[in-house]
Design a protein around this ligand. Structure first.
Ligand code: NA7
Length: 544
């Protein structure tokens, strides 16, 4: 193929969500030519696509924002403890406008393939319109939860009603008024959407595969006092967030749940329940999600709450989770369990009564038939590897990433940032990074800063073909598995384990050692001249 007239960039970034936008900013600031490609028609990523009713971030708004710019921190004011999707999307738009990011973003364009050219040490990147660009660095900013998982139900195409997935929600408002609505899925998205849809729908039927532990968000408007205090202390807060476990300023108390009396535990759990928050309950102790007996104390507290809230005995029983609490991402809600006390809401346990097929009129389980006007899939995502596999990424020797990682035991990355055989490719918030276990913003900024610094280093030293070694990724992958095995994380069927997708290999997909430790490791790797990576001196540089 002739490569004249093919645009050449220093870096191509795929995705214009929080990570892609900051990557663009950092590289552009350093003087590189960068082009971002985005499948959506505007910026926002997760917050562009997930427009379902009730969509909200589970990290407190004051910590869920960029921290790289004091000006941005001071200019933006969040309205509530937990920000709703439209407000987060406005924030992203505000940043994109302020930094004039759109001029380097091509929207409505999906990257379909990327191939490493060993001769030239660069990437040939192809789009869905057939066009081609070349970049020295190929950076994926695809998000961890962006490849929607829609179950392939028999007879789906015969259904006469409307169907939506929470992660691909239409821009026009969906009208539930008086309609018979079904929701499949009770993860975070389902649990946020169900109470809101219930208020509008004529009849809402929830199809639940696995019940979930959920605690009240206790959301409320933010008062100006909190906002000004946060602004004043952001320097310190930022440090606390960066060196924490999950990317928020607090962390678990250094005490076992088994050290306290049942009464004392009850008192602390109740206090946490009233306070609300993603980690409030678990942070009472440092062994929840780690020791089965300790974990059970928190789990049974939540089960008792469910029993107290839900009036119908049968429904309450069905809503009772049994897996190890905190081994899936905790969920916070607004009136989720209360919603089952409404006359127009009912719950179907599809483990006991599985879905058999869809019909023109609705959904059929083994024991019953449900007529529906609207069916909402809150069925989650093919997490972390899913978005990467949607692109035909080929490294050295024309090996595809999918081939390389095909078997779960072969998912190997170094620091979740790179993988051997794929030089000059960086994954932001990639598999085996701590991102999905954390406040995503802290993870994103850390990854982007590390990658930007790395590219600066390579340029400064005239290095090319920057690649993780097989030994380094072997070691890292073993560490990820070992750390997960120290807790109960790998004992639960979750999307962290790849268990939500049929046929997906099982294996823990993240680094569970915390964002603080992870940052120290990454900084150490760069301080040692990028230990665990190889590169070569560029031809031109040799002649100099
Ligand atoms: P999740 O957390 O993956 O939840 C998806 C839900 O859909 C969950 O209840 C699943 O049950 C259920 N599901 C998935 N596939 C099916 C099929 N085939 N049939 C029936 N039910 C199914 O995704 P969310 O979008 O809610 O949340 C993702 C993250 O976003 C969340 O962790 C927060 O970080 C924000 P399962 O539990 O797998 O049995």
């Amino acid at each position: 193929e002739r490569q004249q007239n093919v645009p050449v960039f220093d870096a191509v970034v795929v995705g214009a969500g929080f990570s892609g936008l900051y990557m663009l900013q950092r590289l552009r600031e350093a003087g590189y030519s960068v082009r971002v490609y985005e499948a959506g028609e505007d910026v926002g990523g997760t917050w562009y696509w997930n427009r379902y009713p009730g969509a909200r971030c589970d990290i407190e708004s004051i910590y869920y924002n960029y921290t790289f710019s004091e000006e941005i921190l001071n200019e933006w004011t969040w309205s509530a403890r937990y920000a709703e999707q439209p407000e987060i999307l406005s924030y992203i738009n505000y940043v994109a406008d302020k930094l004039d990011l759109r001029r380097d973003i091509q929207f409505n364009t999906r990257i379909t393939a990327a191939r490493y050219n060993e001769q030239n040490c660069n990437w040939e990147i192809r789009m869905d319109d057939g066009s081609l660009v070349i970049a020295e660095y190929f950076i994926t900013a695809l998000g961890c939860l962006s490849a929607s998982n829609v179950p392939d139900l028999k007879g789906m195409d015969t259904f006469k009603g409307e169907m939506y997935h929470t992660g691909r929600w239409p821009h026009e408002e969906v009208d539930f008024n008086g309609k018979r609505v079904g929701v499949i899925g009770t993860g975070s998205s389902g649990i946020q959407a169900i109470p809101v849809i219930a208020k509008e729908a004529g009849q809402l039927t929830v199809f639940q595969r696995t019940p979930q532990y959920s605690c009240p968000a206790q959301n409320h408007p933010l008062d100006s006092e909190v906002i000004s205090q946060t602004r004043e202390n952001y320097g310190e807060l930022k440090q606390l967030m960066r060196y924490s476990m999950h990317g928020v300023p607090s962390g678990p108390r250094m005490r076992s749940a088994l050290e306290d009396s049942p009464e004392e535990r009850e008192r602390l759990y109740e206090k946490a329940w009233q306070e609300g928050g993603l980690f409030t309950l678990t942070y009472n102790y440092n062994d929840i999600g780690i020791l089965p007996e300790a974990t059970e104390t928190a789990a049974s507290f939540i089960r008792t709450k469910i029993k107290q809230v839900v009036q119908d005995h049968d429904t309450a029983q069905k809503l009772m989770p049994s897996y190890y609490y905190a081994t899936k991402r905790p969920i916070i809600d607004t009136d989720y369990f209360e919603t089952y006390n409404r006359d127009n809401v009912s719950l179907v346990d599809i483990k006991a009564d599985p879905i058999v097929e869809m019909t023109p009129n609705g959904l059929k389980t083994t024991n019953a038939e449900y007529d529906l006007d609207v069916l909402v899939f809150a069925t989650g995502f093919d997490a972390m590897t899913g978005p990467l596999f949607k692109i035909d990424i080929r490294g050295k020797n024309d090996v595809s990433l999918k081939q390389k990682w095909e078997d779960g035991a072969n998912l190997k990355t170094y620091l979740g940032l790179a993988t051997s055989g794929f030089p000059n490719m960086f994954m932001l918030t990639g598999p085996q990074s701590p991102s999905v276990l954390s406040n995503m913003m802290v993870s994103i900024e850390q990854h982007v800063d590390w990658v930007a610094d790395c590219i600066g280093y390579l340029r400064e030293h005239h290095l090319q073909a920057f690649e993780a070694t097989a030994e380094a990724e072997e070691f890292w992958s073993q560490q990820c598995a070992a750390i997960a095995d120290m807790s109960l994380l790998s004992k639960t069927d979750s999307w962290y384990m790849g268990a939500n997708i049929e046929g997906k290999p099982r294996g823990f997909l993240a680094f569970a050692g915390g964002v603080g430790l992870y940052r120290l490791i990454c900084d150490d790797v760069s301080a040692r001249g990028y230990e665990g990576f190889t590169s070569e001196l560029a031809a031109g540089a040799k002649d100099e």
